[in-house]
Each structure stands twice: as structure tokens, then as C-alpha cells.
Design a protein around this ligand. Sequence first.
Ligand code: HCA
Length: 449
Amino acid sequence: MNNSQPAPRSQKSFYQPRALEIIDTTLRDGQQTSLLHDHYKYFFTRADKEEIVRALIIYGVKFVELFAPVVSPQERDDWQAIRAVRDSLITQKGYTFLLAHVRCHLRDVEAAVEAGADGLNMYIGTSAESRHYNHGNDLDEIIAKAAPLIEEVRRDHPHLLLRFSGEDAFRTRLDDLFRVYDSVAPHVDRFGMPDTVGVATPAAVAKRVAAMRERYPNVELEGHFHDDRGFALYNALEAARCGMRYMNTTLLGIAERSGITSITALLFNLYLDREFDKLEGYHLRGSYPINVLAADKLKMLVPPKEPVSLTNRTHTAGVHQSAMLNNAAVYEAHPLDLFGVTEAEILLGPLSGWNAVHYFLKEIRYFQLDEATAKEIAQVFKERVYQLAPDVSPEQVLINIAEKEFGLARLELPESARAQIVQRLDSTTPTRPANLGAGVQLRRIAEIP
Ligand code: HCA
């Protein structure tokens, strides 16, 4: 594996990790979501990936996990495009590390090094289930496979960030995990502790993190919590509280089966728990826009169960509405506008896809339009928005196109439904938790001009 090229200059020695480092895996485990099962209908194009990586970097993410380049020629070629996006943002946003998710196979490692990965997220299944029914290796064979390879990679590529995970760590007996981890501990920067099948509870997480920290005080820990029990968010919060610095997340929590921890849900809850040190460097106001971007790529709306969503500022029950009109704090406890849930933060611009255009016109402005019309409008809008005067908002341009050029009508609600929905769209007034009611502009949809 050793080559005669001089080793690339290591960025890892310059970087001081923050209290919480998100390792976003939208473009790896996120691509394993069942939502992308229909490959011809739902998939991330290269342009989608470039846009997602750009958005993640601007949001403050410093570690992005990608598939190993050996997965497919498409993934291999996308590495170059994604690296170019990362490189273009270095002077503005600093260095973001691109990590390849690789098996403990020499071929995977070499292809990742060749693609210019800054680090390798290496893994092999360690639970009895993995050992018996997946790769078929026992613990000794796992060690024989992983330890010499990792030692060699460390020696030949000292600049790489190395992580090792026992896949299905939460169903692996602690003694077994220790046996395998002991054999690679001197050579790795982080140990992963993936809850691959979503069995962990917050109490189990606290216990495991404590045991791992005690045994490996010099190795950082990385969490990856699947949501099969609906615990992915709680487990990540608990792990962070217990001293785990690195956390895997995805946009909207998409990943295999029911997904993993959602990045914006995690940061939102850390804010509510007043864990401000862990929020350093994250652009919280970008939370809702980045959720909209991800939903747009998946051709859906931001899911209603996502904490940072417009749904959480939409009120339908009559009793709630009248209370909301008196004081929004009655039915809204959280400062969602700090997380960008305002109409001004939909981030309409030249990069907006037709889904974002559709979403804005239909859900925010209540125009009646179908997807085909949204696609046509998006094309006109993209051309027009490049020539925008500084004092003209993209929203206004889009509304003009919809109204004047496409003659679209807004939803006409029957009288009885007029007062049915109230959204707080106080986009101009930052609202603190203590004064949720102050400065809030409440609008019934029927009153929207
Ligand atoms: C996978 C399984 C994985 C890996 C996580 C890790 C998991 O899709 O390969 O490498 O730490 O949940 O165990 O996502």
C-alpha cells in the first residue's frame, strides 16, 4: 500500500475539535433510506450531492461521511465533485473533512486514499449475529483481519483520520468489543459505537459510554443511533451528555430503515437543554432551510415529526387559535424562529429546485398549483433570479411570476374554514424563549395578502 508520493499535508493536526462534532452521513447512510428505494424516481444526483455538501458546510458541519469509492463508479466519480465543493469553501468556512465509510478490506482502503479521503471510517460486524450470519468470522479472525490492516494504514498514511467501529456494537458483549478494540486502539483516532439495529436505550448508552471512556481515555468516541425504537435522538443526547464528542446524523434523520438522529433535531434539543458549548460553530438559523433543502431533494415536505418544521408553528384547533392570538406562548414553547422556521428563511434562490418552489408557493403562499406548473415556474424563476436587483426579494419575484405570468389563484377558503389555521410568521422579529408573545405577528391564512 505504501507509495513513493510524499504524504499529503495533514489537516488533522491543525484542527481543534469542538465540544460536539457532527459527522453527517446523509450522503452515506442517508442514501440507504428506504425513501430512495425507487432508484429511478428518488435518488441524489451529483448536483444534489454538491448542493447538500455545500449546505452542510455552510451550516457548520466539519465532517462528512461518504460511501467508499468502491461502492460504484458513480460514487467514485462523485468524490471528485464533492471535494471540489469542499475546496471552494475552504477560505470562507475552513476545512471540512471528507471521510470514506470502508470495510476492513485493502481494496476499499486503497480506493478511498486514491479518491483523496481525509479519513477512513472502518467497520466490521462484531455481534454474534454479524459473526454467524454476515461475514462468518469469529473474534480471532476479525482481529486478524482488522488489526494488521489498520496498523499498516496508520503507518503508511499518518495524515488520515482513522475510525474503527464494531458494527452492531450494542448487541456485542462488552468483553468481545473490548477484545477487538484493544487490538486496534493504538492506531485509531476514534472508536465508533453504532447501534446498528436500534436496540439501545439512553440508560444502556450511558453505561457503554462510561465503560468505553474508562478503558480508552485517549480515543474519542463516535455515536450512530438508529431509530427503530424511536430513541435515536434521546440516545444521541445522552451520549453527548456522557462525553461522546462525535455524533453521526443525517438531514431529516434519513438512513437505513427508520433512520438515525436528525441533525437539526439534535442541535435544537441541545439548545433547549442549554448545552451551548456544543453548538459552537453551527449556524442554527439555517436549520429549517437545510431541512427544506433535504425535503426538496427527496420530493417531499419537511416531515411533520421533525422538530424543526413549520408544522410546529401551525395551529388548527379553534380554541388554540384564539389563545394564540392573545399570546403565542400558550401553544408554542420553543423559539423556532431562531432555527429559521420563518417564511423569510425558505432560501429561495438560483439553486432552488422545483420542489422548493412548489413548497413555497403552495404551503407558504397558498397558491393552487400542480407539480408540472411548479416545474415551469421554477425554470422561469431560476433565469430571472440571477438578474435580481439588490432590493428585490426572490420571494417577490416568484410571487409575481406565479400571479402575473402564470395567472395562478390563491386558495379560496370557505367562510367556515377562514379561521382554521394560524401560523406565526414573525420573520423579522427574533423571539427569545422568555418573550415568545412579544413582537409576534399572527396571521390567519385568509388574511395573507
Ligand atoms: C451500515 C451499518 C452502519 C455502520 C455504522 C458505522 C450501522 O450501514 O454499514 O460504520 O459506524 O448502523 O452500524 O450504518
